[in-house]
Design a binder for this molecule. Structure first.
Ligand code: AMP
Length: 413
């Protein structure tokens, strides 16, 4: 919404298939529909598919699945649907459609009516060479789904930043998601680093030039906008240097830990577990569309509960909840946690079997709407990896379809 964006040099206008009127439209649904319509009608010009966070791309693909018939009918007639009432959107998108295009409408119908949506991105936008969105940290959970929809196009995770400041850029855009590091931009804000395990001691803080290879830190930023020594809450690890500028791997958010006893399961452990469990899930007909978890201490012993939203790989299929596969997924999650978790779970019995609660489709959209109603921004929304709020848990509990547990304890290592 900034004047800087609105008045940016005109050469940038060709960067997007959507006109500014669509990008700036305050109604998220109308804006999403028009983005898709503009993207489809200019399919020949699309060389990359982008959003800031991977989550937004998954949302766009879900919207495409809902609206493709209506979109292709708009393309066929050259007429934008009546429910697009934002007049700036209507006028600018009508101009882009330019008139009826039955040939393109046929193509969209042909591709989208195919039961399998594997590679749908490359089928609709054949000149797309890459997907660009953040897939590190919490967004890593969406990598398998994006690979499925894009026939494994390279996923470029370009930037690490926040509302407060940009922190770093990825100078090796084609590196694999798991190998991405961000090179900090020393001229953009003033960065300091608090070594992990010295969180209480602000005297141990070091400057960007003094960080050590392999060590983990929490970033502290002083920005030109007047934030002084703001603790970002992200834990980063130094992985190398670009010339002399340190590069960092995003490890996890600081306070995201699950615990029911004396163990601490970090965001990194959870993400490792999810990566392992999604491999198990590949043997079934479903994909993981969203997850979150919490430590349930209302049972004895306490146990971890994961909420999973699943979707069938083939569009017209329904998700089959295979008890064996989902119990295996519970086991794969537990196998990824640390040795203390495994000991408490297997030997001492003071942590109960991990539980996956499969929720109805659309549950994570409802969760997002709940957080947005509390003041969150939809473009920057990230599903919280762990949930504490009882109101948010109630949104999920309302939609539980089935529960699954690990059948065996994880091995001790
Ligand atoms: P926000 O200010 O709401 O946009 O959120 C900023 C937060 O998003 C950061 O502090 C990180 O936790 C997360 N984030 C942003 N960029 C990345 C990235 N490239 N990889 C992992 N997490 C990221």
């Amino acid at each position: 919404m900034s004047d800087y964006f609105k008045n940016r040099p005109s050469k940038c206008n060709s960067e997007y298939t959507s006109p500014d009127q669509v990008i700036l439209c305050p109604d998220n649904n109308q804006s999403m529909y028009c983005h898709l319509l503009c993207g489809l009608s200019q399919r020949e010009n699309v060389v990359g598919v982008r959003a800031t966070f991977a989550h937004a791309l998954i949302k766009a693909l879900n919207a495409l699945q809902i609206y493709w018939k209506e979109l292709s009918s708009n393309i066929r007639s050259g007429h934008v649907s009546e429910w697009i009432t934002d007049i700036n959107c209507r006028n600018s998108v009508s101009a882009i459609l330019g008139g009826p295009d039955p040939e393109l409408a046929d193509l969209v119908e042909r591709e989208c009516s195919n039961n399998s949506w594997e590679g749908i991105i490359t089928r609709l936008w054949p000149k797309a060479k890459y997907i660009e969105c953040i897939v590190t940290g919490q967004m890593a959970q969406y990598i398998p789904t994006l690979e499925f929809y894009s026939n494994k196009l390279p996923i470029v995770s370009m930037i690490y930043g926040s509302s407060e400041s940009i922190f770093g850029v990825n100078v090796n855009p084609l590196s694999k998601p798991q190998d991405v590091s961000y090179t900090f931009l020393p001229n953009i804000s003033y960065f300091e680093f608090l070594p992990v395990d010295h969180e209480e001691d602000m005297n141990s803080i070091v400057d960007l030039v003094d960080v050590k290879l392999g060590c983990c830190y929490e970033t502290v930023v002083t920005s030109y906008f007047g934030l002084h020594r703001y603790l970002v809450g992200d834990i980063l690890q130094v992985t190398g240097f670009y010339n002399k500028t340190p590069q960092f791997r995003f490890v996890r958010r600081k306070n995201t830990v699950l615990t029911v006893n004396s163990e601490t399961t970090t965001e990194e452990d959870i993400l490792k577990g999810i990566a392992r469990a999604t491999l198990v899930l590949e043997s079934s007909n479903s994909m993981l569309m969203g997850f979150t978890c919490y430590a349930d201490i209302s049972t004895f012993p306490g146990h971890y509960v994961f909420y999973w939203e699943l979707k069938a790989k083939d569009v017209n299929d329904v998700v089959e909840l295979d008890e064996k596969v989902l119990a295996e997924c519970c086991y794969a999650l537990e196998e990824s946690f640390d040795s203390l978790y495994k000991r408490l779970r297997s030997k001492e019995g003071s942590v109960g079997a991990l539980e996956i609660r499969v929720v109805q489709q659309g549950t994570f959209d409802s969760l997002m709407e709940y957080f947005i109603s509390k003041g969150g921004s939809s473009a920057q929304y990230k599903t919280p990896m762990c949930i504490n709020s009882s109101e948010a848990l109630a949104v999920l509990e309302d939609k539980v379809l089935a529960r699954f547990y690990s059948e065996k304890s994880p091995p001790l290592n």
